[in-house]
Design a protein around this ligand. Sequence first.
Ligand code: ADP
Ligand code: MG
Length: 240
Amino acid sequence: MSRTILEARNVTKRFGGLVAVSDVSFDVTEHEVMGIIGPNGSGKSTMINMISGSFAPSSGSIRLRGAELAGKPAHKVARLGVGRTFQLVRLLPELSVIENVMAGAAFGHRRRWGHEAEHFARSLLERLGLGQATGMPVSALTYIDTKRVELARALAGDPKVLLLDEWLAGLNPTELSTGIALIRSLREEGRTIILVEHVMDAIRSLCDRCVVMSSGAKIAEGTPAEVLSDREVIRAYLGD
Ligand code: ADP
Ligand code: MG
């Protein structure tokens, strides 16, 4: 039997007068890939930022296996088992590739230090195709490689739930198919992933279910095939 691992209930986020996320509820089941899709500005990153503790919700509840995350700071949420990448990559530019990943190992859900962290970081970087770049400064990397480092850093903490905010954005077609295959391999090893994505091929081939957001509200939920043929969803994308 699969169990619910993350529960968002009536989550709202206001920035001054703007309601960025409005009364959104959903469940994420263990081992599933759940997509959050919707037009630009619909509140997807804000939702991710609330799950990861970057922002506190204005109201509502977000529980990870029953433990309340809402209002907890990001480092505590990471310790509880939420790992993430950012839509705009955030790394420590003056540190090397492997040091960035080891930082993720030290602050994640299952903490690793010293040789154990280094060994784990190296194995993740090899898996992501960065085995030759471990000693390079992050500032010398190409864009795609910074994204790979960020994913390795998130995985280094052994997250129970992995949040990927447009991790595939900006990749060329070859990088995109490698990226999709990589996320598929994470799915096959049983990880629970929340995927914010614009790339429809990725949504169709990776997601078990999707939540669709528009103007801060959840307007649909279901399998990719269901939501992508939903009239209200099509209308939201086409802007009437
Ligand atoms: P998406 O990721 O779906 O493109 P966002 O969650 O980034 O959308 O943004 C939703 C809305 O919230 C937008 O109108 C955006 O301008 C606003 N917003 C996001 N972050 C902030 C912030 N830190 N301060 C004020 N407004 C914000
Ligand atoms: Mg966004």
